[in-house]
Design a binder for this molecule. Structure first.
Ligand code: NAD
Length: 281
């Protein structure tokens, strides 16, 4: 039976460290500040934004929400980003995705100052990650690495397989594993022999977005299985990409909820501190 990696507890430890740093910065008159932009009324985005604001408040980070109507124009949104780029009390800017269809998310990400890009989505930051010389790491893959580090799991020399190649999760995840000397394979919707490839993994990261996608026959006995997926199953219950029966085969596993999810917000807070430190130096 796999050992469950407790993302809630590890995230709480990261958040406590962030809080101590935020308090020390506040004493010096440099309270870290995060701006959160929400366009439209997508209910899932509303929940994510509320969670981020609550986490900031608990960590002693100042947060300011900018809620814009769904019919906001590209020019209005870019003008807000520009204003926030210039604000001295704001060190991190986050634009909650997805944006309404008429808005160009790539242009919005490109407009955020790379120094305040706490999601690490800006092409400049992606490039820094690729060459291994970075300030910020994207929150979800960074959260996965933190889970591995704090569970004393080294990926050095190991076969790591990432299922999913999105810019937000799959690609940067593969890069962070590579930086720690793993042998990395990225699988995606056109991969052939997926089961065989996955069965060779010492560390298997699933970031597909399909409930129960990873089944026990895809997992090497004793492997570390990281479940990034956030889905609803047929009963409407929150679940990951990994079939619960994988617990019988894996050596370690991250539960959903309570695995990678809590780490994403913890790493966002950490990135905000990093940005604030760099900008107030
Ligand atoms: P995405 O839809 O952008 O990417 C999914 C990837 O899965 C694609 O690269 C695709 O090639 C791959 N894929 C699809 N079908 C496949 C198949 N049959 N075989 C192999 N690969 C296949 O999604 P994303 O933004 O990367 O998110 C992935 C999942 O992670 C989603 O469930 C999302 O909700 C979740 N997520 C969780 C967190 C968190 O904090 N835990 C953060 C971001 C995303």
């Amino acid at each position: 039976m796999a050992v469950k990696i407790d993302g809630k507890a590890i995230a709480a430890a990261v958040r406590a460290e962030v809080r101590a740093e935020a308090e020390a910065m506040t004493k010096q008159g440099n309270t870290p500040g995060l701006a959160v932009i929400l366009v439209g009324d997508d209910p899932a985005s509303r929940v994510y934004v509320n969670n981020k604001k609550k986490a900031c408040a608990e960590a002693g980070i100042y947060s300011e929400e900018f809620t814009l109507p769904a019919e906001t124009t590209q020019e209005e949104l870019l003008a807000l980003v520009e204003e926030l780029n210039n604000r001295k009390d704001i060190h991190g800017i986050l634009c909650q995705l997805p944006l309404p269809k008429h808005l160009d998310d790539k242009a919005v990400i490109a407009a955020i100052s790379p120094e305040k890009d706490v999601d690490a989505f800006h092409a400049a930051n992606v490039g820094h990650i690729l060459i291994g010389d970075y300030t910020f790491l994207p929150c979800t893959p960074a959260g996965v690495m933190e889970l591995l580090h704090r569970t004393d799991i080294s990926v050095e020399g190991k076969q790591c397989v990432v299922i999913g190649r999105s810019n937000i999760v799959g690609k940067p995840m593969a890069m962070l594993l590579l930086h720690e000397n793993a042998t990395v394979t990225i699988c995606h919707s056109r991969t052939q022999n997926l089961k065989e490839v996955c069965r060779g993994a010492d560390v298997l990261v699933a970031a597909v977005g399909r409930a129960g996608f990873v089944t026990p026959d895809m997992v090497k006995p004793g492997a570390v299985v990281i479940d990034v997926g956030i889905n609803r199953n047929a009963e409407g219950k929150l679940c990951g990409d990994v079939d619960p029966a994988v617990e019988e085969v894996a050596g370690y596993i991250t539960p959903v909820p309570g695995g990678v999810g809590p780490m994403t917000i913890a790493m966002l807070l950490k990135n905000t501190i990093t940005a604030a430190k760099a900008l107030t130096k």
